[in-house]
Design a protein around this ligand. Structure first.
Ligand code: UD1
Length: 417
């Protein structure tokens, strides 16, 4: 059982390069199925969720191997259309393979991804979009059997801008005859990155990043090289860590436009933030101050994935900060762990109020989920004494090597196996 051990209280100084985005590489890996040939992915982060996607690709008969920092995928020998239950359970977002497999083969089988650590994670919108394109989906015995040999482009109006459902709709629409128009699409930058990849292999997709995405299906595809965009949530994690621990850090491989709500909150809390071409600098010199209510929202609103991270940064701020979680029903599971460190947080439904305390104390913590686990690292860096964080498999899902990165910034942090 591995643990991350942190001796808190050190200021962070230096430069660190941010990894490629988890939420971009996962749909792009599913999208490689649309082209029966080779894709080279650059800037692909080494994450356990990426390994889970690779296992799915290999199960489907595709090849995927690391060549240094590049991941080379070849789906020309794909000969299966099913994703077995144990692979579905490894990663909730594996449902994104559904649209891609249907577009390529017209047939797909997988188990239903049930609830997860963030609360129930329904896929009704994913299924509704695929049905709208003509897929026949039978839900039986916890499994999905989908047939879609004659998908036709249509208008798809999403009742809420789900990231995954937008991506699934785009992937399926690439295999449908004619034009699909997705209305009320999610506008997350990772969907734009998916579009960039799809265009690179020859698919006709436009509008990603806005709420209307158009796809002209059944285009001829070709081999491509694609660089995964920077991970805005990993960047937010390191910014929150410096804000909490104090110091001055520069992040490389960052797109500041994607971080504006996070950097605005940290600026309001008293940090100096500067953004440049591909980089961001944050300086935190004194005790932070409480900020106005933080409401999570779909992009370009404040990201739900950064809620726990900002909360961890505000634990020692002067005054009270209110958080309202609008995206997921159960996204305060990190709170009980943070309280073990002396944090003053009260939760009622979707609202959490953090009242800053002068000191946090090192404690034994267990990760509850990916971003909650990262928040524990942020809190540990600003606490007095030793914090031990267990169940770190959650963190490995989305961070390549946070111990390496934080050590590079001068943190006293290590992995113990
Ligand atoms: C993606 C991100 C995740 C992020 C989330 C919200 C990936 C791999 N994951 O997850 O990191 O936290 O966006 O920004 O990109 N919903 C339904 N029915 C559906 C689909 C979603 O009710 O069929 C609901 C969800 O329960 C949730 C909300 O819609 O309350 C938003 O979820 P969604 O945008 O789909 O998130 P994911 O794509 O799962």
């Amino acid at each position: 059982m591995s643990e991350i051990i942190i001796q808190g209280g050190r200021r962070l100084e230096g430069t660190v390069r941010v990894q490629g985005a988890k939420n971009s590489v996962l749909p792009v890996l599913a999208a490689t199925i649309l082209h029966p040939g080779q894709t080279v992915l650059r800037g692909c982060p080494h994450l356990s969720d990426v390994e889970a996607s690779i296992r799915i690709l290999r199960h489907l008969g595709c090849s995927a191997q690391w060549e240094g920092e590049e991941l080379v995928v070849d789906t020309s020998s794909m000969d299966r259309w099913d994703v077995p239950d144990h692979l579905m359970r490894e990663m909730r977002s594996s449902v994104i393979f559904l649209g891609a497999i249907l577009a390529r083969l017209g047939w797909a089988e997988m188990s239903y991804p049930g609830g997860c650590e963030l609360g129930p994670r329904p896929i009704d919108l994913h299924l509704a979009t695929l049905r709208r394109l003509g897929a026949v989906i039978r839900e039986e015995g916890g499994g999905l059997r989908c047939e879609a040999h004659h998908m036709a482009g249509r208008e798809i109006a999403l009742s809420l801008p789900s990231v995954g459902a937008t991506e699934n709709a785009i992937l399926a629409a690439c295999g449908a005859e004619g034009e699909t128009v997705i209305v009320n699409a999610a506008r997350e930058p990772e969907i734009e990155d998916l579009q960039t990849y799809l265009r690179a292999i020859g698919c006709a997709v436009r509008g990603a990043g806005s709420s209307t995405v158009c796809v002209e299906g059944r285009r001829e595809t070709h081999d491509a090289v694609h660089t995964i965009m920077p991970d805005r949530i990993a960047a937010a994690t390191y910014l929150a860590a410096v804000a909490a621990a104090g110091g001055e850090v520069e992040l490389e491989n960052v797109d500041c436009r994607h971080l504006s709500t996070v950097t605005a909150a940290l600026h309001e809390a008293g940090c100096q933030v500067e953004g440049g071409e591909g980089r961001a600098c944050l300086r935190s010199r004194e005790r932070l101050r409480a900020i106005g209510t933080v409401r999570t929202a779909a992009y370009p609103g404040f990201p739900t994935d950064a809620q726990a991270l900002l909360m961890a940064a505000m634990l020692r701020a002067r005054g009270s900060t209110m958080f309202v979680e609008n995206i997921f029903a159960n996204r305060y599971r990190h709170v009980d762990e943070l309280r073990r460190m002396g944090a003053d947080i009260s939760v009622a439904g979707r609202v959490a109020v953090v009242t800053g305390v002068p000191r946090l104390y090192g404690a034994e913590l267990r990760c509850t989920d990916l971003r909650g686990g990262a928040a524990m690292l942020v809190a540990g860096l600003s606490a007095e004494g030793v914090t031990r964080v267990g169940d770190i498999h959650h963190i490995r899902r989305g961070y390549e090597d946070p111990v390496r990165d934080l050590r590079a910034l001068g943190a006293d942090i290590r992995l113990e196996t």
